[in-house]
Ligand binder design. Structure first.
Ligand code: FAD
Length: 383
């Protein structure tokens, strides 16, 4: 097994690191305080090719493999998880799903805009009453002639207030397939679709999280993505890849926690020497370092499996489970190294911890990942 990066992958990583230094790092605290990332970042992400990774150039994509995608995601997560989430959803969950499952017409309509940053995409699965048990969603799509009319509410939708298109999951009335759920591409300016920003989040404050309300929203039959009634498998395969992306973002958080804590430990003096001299501080640092490496290796393994066309869903759940819990631990340990200064937002540890916390909740909570792994081990579904 070759754990080294190719020259091309190293170049992509350098590009992402420079981009974060230039376009993100100077604004992180201000965006977090303002509860909004500057929207111009989307176009910049598009221009540098980060919104088109792994998508064919024919559709405006920038190509590259999944390891390159992980490297960019890690660097963005190291800079600002709110920005990382824009890419993980607009590219990772929406554009990649259109590329994999969409019709030729859907690819031509949506992919050039999504990969260039002209459009933002969002992923509408969760509802107020159905989170972990997403298969029980109640949004309805009723077919009338050659159109569908969709009614329902979606909750906690990342990019929701910014998005131009929502990859929406709804129960279509007479679909015979799995759980009768179908996937639709719904332009967000369609009459009947309204959205409300979800305020007061613990972390990811810069991100536009929204509730979407659909009241008799009419879309043509051509908005159906994939086969009618097969939408649940569309959602699950999008999330299987999405979990790798969340894991990569978590590696970035943990790496940022490590960098900041090591630097601070070398500067701060207590008891007549820098705190790096104290063994218990070194314990905190080494715990973070081991979490970073383990989370990164699990995440890279998923990318390698995908790039080799091998099954990866269980490994993606393992990586997401470990990396999200590791990111929370790492940020919390870093905060401890900073002492009281870790508790104020002039220093990075507090934000890293707040941003990390949601990673154990979305795209399947840690409990749900354990059930996915448990099912693969035993053949028994314990959901
Ligand atoms: P619940 O499902 O109600 O879970 C509550 C608790 O019960 C959890 O601890 C859970 O682990 C546990 N639990 C539930 N079932 C079981 C079980 N069978 N066994 C053991 N424990 C169980 N959704 C989208 O569709 N698109 C998005 O873009 C999106 N972005 C998000 C952004 C943010 C900031 C947040 C907070 C959420 C986002 N979500 C999004 C929703 C997210 O995926 C859900 O919150 C998540 O799936 C959990 O659902 P829930 O909140 O309803 O919790």
């Amino acid at each position: 097994m070759n754990l080294g990066l190719s020259e091309e992958q190293e170049a992509v990583r350098r590009l992402a690191r420079d981009f974060v230094e230039r376009e993100i790092a100077p604004h992180v605290v201000a965006w977090d305080r303002a509860e909004e990332v500057d929207r111009s970042i989307v176009k910049k992400l598009g221009q540098v090719g980060f919104l088109g990774l792994t998508v064919d150039e024919e559709y405006g994509g920038s190509g590259g493999d999944h390891l390159a995608y992980c490297l960019v995601t890690e660097e963005l997560g190291r800079g600002d998880s709110s920005v990382r989430g824009i890419v993980s959803v607009s590219l990772g969950l929406v554009a990649k799903t259109i590329a994999a499952r969409g019709s030729e017409e859907q690819k031509r309509r949506w992919l050039p805009g999504l990969t260039s940053g002209a459009y933002v995409g969002c992923f509408g699965l969760t509802e107020p009453g159905t989170g972990s048990d997403a298969g029980q969603l109640t949004t309805r799509a009723v077919r009338y002639g050659d159109e569908y009319r969709i009614t329902g509410t979606k909750m906690f939708i990342t990019n929701g207030t910014w998005a131009d298109v929502v990859l929406l999951f709804a129960r279509s009335t007479d679909a015979p397939g799995h759980k009768g759920v179908s996937a639709f591409l719904v332009p967000t300016d369609t009459p009947g679709l309204t959205r409300r920003t979800v305020h007061g989040k613990l972390g990811l404050r810069g991100q536009a999280t929204a509730e979407l309300v659909l009241q008799d929203v009419r879309v043509p039959a051509s908005a159906l993505l994939g086969e009618e009634g097969k939408g649940f498998s569309v959602a699950m395969s999008a999330l299987a890849k999405g979990r790798m992306s969340v894991a990569a973002g978590c590696v970035g958080i943990a790496q940022a926690a490590l960098d900041a804590a090591v630097r601070y430990a070398g500067e701060r003096e207590q008891f007549g020497r820098t705190i790096a001299h104290h063994q218990l501080v070194q314990e905190l640092l080494s715990d973070i370092a081991v979490d970073v490496d383990a989370a990164r290796l699990l995440t890279w393994r998923v990318a390698d499996l995908i790039d080799r066309g091998l099954p990866f869903a269980t490994e993606s759940s393992k990586a997401k489970l470990f990396a999200s819990e590791a990111a929370v631990r790492a940020a919390n340990n870093a905060l401890q190294v900073f002492g009281g200064y870790g508790y104020i937002d002039e220093y990075p540890a507090g934000k890293l911890l707040r941003d990390a916390r949601v990673m154990t909740l979305y795209e399947g909570t840690s409990q749900i990942q354990k059930l996915v792994i448990g099912r693969a081990l035993t053949g028994v579904s314990a959901f």
